[in-house]
Ligand binder design. Structure first.
Ligand SMILES: Cc1cc2nc3c(=O)[nH]c(=O)nc-3n(C[C@H](O)[C@H](O)[C@H](O)COP(=O)(O)O)c2cc1C
Length: 205
């Protein structure tokens, strides 16, 4: 089992990193391999809508997004963590995720997805919902926890005071491991569900 963990904070050791580390503890105990990617302060362009990816099967802007695409293809599950910025995920992370999910044409179905957000105070569920959209449009089951995957803290390290938030991350990791293992068994027993040719109905009248 392999999990790709994406830290969408510009900070190396901020609260997002700490929340992800809490999940890593569980993954390590369960023998799950971890591939960690930190968005940091890289200059990552947003999607330009050029549609070249339909032909070349990767992003025309050849940067970390294409490197990450290979890691996404190989993993059984992906965790996306972000600080809340104006009640949304960090903008650089969104630029990366738009391009990553749009430009990769391989089958993502049944890779388990989990999003987590950290914030000083508000906007958590809006940011959390936005991240989950990448999974649900991709046929990726979303791992649950005991609460929405939120932890609170402003300055780096303040998340330590949010015992419930950290426990939510541990539960999330444990449930994610269970789901990945169950899906692996299910795939061996039944294979992936049959897939219809996609119907695209645009709302242009
Ligand atoms: C530009 C910016 C916008 C922010 N917007 C919010 C917000 O909408 N709600 C909130 O509770 N905290 C907000 N914060 C605080 C961060 O979410 C909080 O400090 C978080 O712990 C940072 O995570 P990190 O240490 O992983 O970077 C904002 C911080 C910045 C820099």
């Amino acid at each position: 089992m392999k999990v790709l963990m994406i830290n969408g904070s510009p900070k190396d050791n901020g609260n997002t990193a700490r929340a992800l580390a809490e999940m890593c503890g569980v993954f390590e105990k369960e023998g799950v391999e971890i591939e960690y990617f930190h968005v940091g302060n890289k200059a990552i362009s947003g999607c330009t809508g050029c549609a070249a990816c339909f032909k070349i099967k990767k992003c025309a802007i050849d940067d970390v997004v294409n490197e990450l695409a290979l890691k996404l293809e190989q993993c059984d599950g992906v965790v996306i963590g972000s600080p809340v910025y104006y009640a949304a995920p960090n903008g650089t992370l969104i630029a990366l995720l738009d391009r990553l999910f749009y430009s990769t044409k391989f089958d993502k179905r049944m890779k388990v997805g989990a999003a987590l957000v950290v914030a000083r105070r508000g906007g958590c569920t809006a940011a959390f919902d936005q991240l989950n959209k990448y999974f649900s449009i991709s046929g990726m089951p979303i791992a649950p926890s005991q609460y929405w995957n939120i932890a609170h803290g402003a300055l780096p390290g303040q998340i330590e005071e949010d015992g419930e938030g950290l426990q939510t991350m541990r539960t999330l990791a444990a449930n994610m491991v269970f789901l990945m293992r169950s899906i692996d068994l299910g795939k061996q027993a039944y294979g992936l569900p049959e897939k219809e040719k996609a119907v695209r109905t645009n709302f242009v009248r």
